[in-house]
Ligand binder design. Structure first.
Ligand SMILES: Cc1cc2nc3c(=O)[nH]c(=O)nc-3n(C[C@H](O)[C@H](O)[C@H](O)COP(=O)(O)OP(=O)(O)OC[C@H]3O[C@@H](n4cnc5c(N)ncnc54)[C@H](O)[C@@H]3O)c2cc1C
Length: 488
């Protein structure tokens, strides 16, 4: 099934409970904090449903069409089709929706290529994959324990529940879970939440190892949204990015939420809870989307940097051109890293093909390390221009102010209104609260940097690297050393 945007919006009117502070929101599609972000996701659904995009955004299996992000790759061409689909989806938000519907869906699709990893729950995982694609589900995920959970003794001493989400009861018809998980980006405007553990658990954390899927309207589940930035951006001209792309982040609170057995994928297994992401292509499929999404955002950043310098004529200065050349080189570097993931694709798991894992982690690490520095370069190119604009565009409604504004704020290269539009966009990308949230997102969405580097460490061919060193050293010795066969 391929949902339309209108059908997706309708599916969100399901009685879910979202808190903005103490305000309880039940219809996110009409609330000024979430409605434009919800529409941006609906636009992605419409993109997929457009017959003109049938072959690039959907695929057929047994006579039914599904969204292409549910396609399991058996060849490099299949992977290339996935990459192109991620690019088309990222383009709708210029890479500013991190957890678009193709992210978690790619995780689950990657898992479905190796369901045997799930042991007794393999059938559940396969059925969930089929449920997701059959109903064109948009899932978010919360796979990190809350920071408060790191000191369980603090809670135990006071006889309080430990905050991290866990199984509190097993019934004949399923598990009951309570507690908190972070930080579900997009959950407010999604259909379901995948709950799990992407970072290792201690062997005794059996109750916390639960991995399951819950609908956003599950009884007992509430979403505690961080400050919605869309609320402060009700005029598109002033904050064009915040206005449409604040995808939201929420803590997921569960109070005795019932999870039917068929939606349970890991239970009482602390090692498996994490292995399902890395012993299947899940992490690779999902984070390839992240790489492509970031690359799309890089193109906006580089284009904007150049336009900003054109607005003041600074683009004619050799030092400024060098900076722009550097930015363009950084954009191309990431493009090359993404292309390499296809070029050196892996025949893994059996009968399937996966993006090159090491290159994917390298790109993830590169993005995490470089985002702040790239933003800083663009900020530097903006100069004080972003603060030289009037507070808002209402100046144009006053004939006297308008005349002054149009005369004094223009440059030889650009009219006053066009400059204001450009600088408002630039500030929303590099300096606004939305931009600040993005800075934090790019640092942490795949885990803190030491976690990303651990993935790279795990996948590196250390035996090969060591052999290179050992072979080199085997080729020489100190003068007069006994022949190798005599050495004891
Ligand atoms: C905007 C945003 C969106 C997010 N979206 C999602 C989402 O959709 N789903 C989801 O599940 N999670 C999401 N996350 C959560 C994200 O996965 C976590 O923030 C991330 O794993 C880091 O955990 P933490 O916030 O507890 O930071 P911490 O782990 O407390 O790290 C904070 C700092 O301490 C350092 N540090 C801590 N421990 C160590 C250590 N052992 N060694 C070295 N340094 C250490 C880190 O490097 C870091 O600088 C999101 C986070 C952000 C900011």
């Amino acid at each position: 099934m391929i949902k339309t945007g209108a059908e997706h919006l309708e599916s969100l009117r399901d009685g879910r409970v979202v808190y903005i502070g103490r305000e309880k929101v039940t219809d996110v599609t009409n609330h000024p904090a979430f409605r434009h972000a919800a529409q941006s996701i609906a636009d992605i659904y419409d993109l997929k449903a457009d017959p003109a995009n049938r072959d690039s955004m959907t695929f057929e299996d047994n006579g039914t069409r599904y969204s292409l992000y549910f396609k399991r790759a058996h060849s490099r061409d299949d992977l290339a089709a996935r990459t192109a689909m991620h690019r088309a989806i990222a383009a709708t938000s210029h890479g500013l929706l991190g957890r678009s519907p193709d992210h978690v869906a790619s995780f689950v699709t990657g898992m479905s290529t190796a369901p045997e990893v799930f042991g007794a729950f393999a059938g559940n995982l396969t059925a969930y994959y089929q449920h997701m694609r059959a109903n064109d589900i948009y899932a978010a995920y919360a796979v990190i324990p809350p920071q408060a959970a790191r000191n369980p003794e603090f809670y135990q001493k006071q006889n309080l529940p430990i905050p991290t989400l866990r199984v509190v009861r097993e019934d004949d018809d399923g598990l009951v879970i309570s507690g908190m998980k972070m930080l579900a980006t997009g959950a407010v405007i999604a259909n379901e939440i995948w709950i799990g553990n992407l970072i290792p658990l201690a062997p005794n954390q059996l109750a916390e190892s639960v991995t399951c899927a819950v609908p956003c309207n599950a009884p007992g589940l509430t979403l505690w949204a961080r400050k919605p930035l869309e609320l402060g951006a009700q005029v598109e001209f002033e904050n064009p990015l915040t206005y449409r792309f604040d995808e939201t982040d929420s803590m997921v609170m569960c109070d005795q939420v019932k999870v039917p057995w068929e939606k349970v994928f890991v239970h009482n297994d602390a090692v498996l809870a994490r292995d399902i992401y890395i012993k299947t292509p899940a992490h690779c499929y999902g984070n390839h989307q992240s790489n492509v999404r970031f690359h799309t955002k890089m193109q906006l950043l580089v284009g904007l940097a150049s336009r900003i310098t054109q607005a003041s004529g600074a683009d004619q200065i050799p030092a400024v051109r060098e900076t722009l050349g550097r930015l363009a080189a950084l954009e191309a570097t990431l493009g090359g890293m993404i292309a390499g993931q296809l070029q050196d694709a892996e025949a893994w798991p059996a009968g399937h093909t996966t993006f090159n894992r090491r290159y994917m982690y390298a790109a993830l690490n590169w993005c995490t390390e470089n985002h702040s520095a790239i933003i800083d370069i663009v900020r530097e190119l903006c100069g004080g221009g972003v603060f030289q604009m009037p507070a808002d565009i209402s100046v144009m409604q006053d004939p006297e102010l308008r005349a002054q504004f149009e005369t004094f704020w223009q440059t030889p290269q650009m009219g006053a209104v066009a400059r204001m539009k450009l600088f408002k966009l630039a500030w929303d990308l590099v300096g606004s609260e939305f931009a600040g949230r993005h800075q934090q997102y790019e640092k942490f969405y795949a885990g803190a940097s030491f976690i990303i580097r651990n993935h790279s460490y795990r996948e590196a061919p250390w035996a090969h690297f060591h052999k290179v060193v050992d072979d080199l050293m085997a080729g020489y010795d100190y003068p007069g050393a006994p022949p190798a066969s005599d050495a004891s």
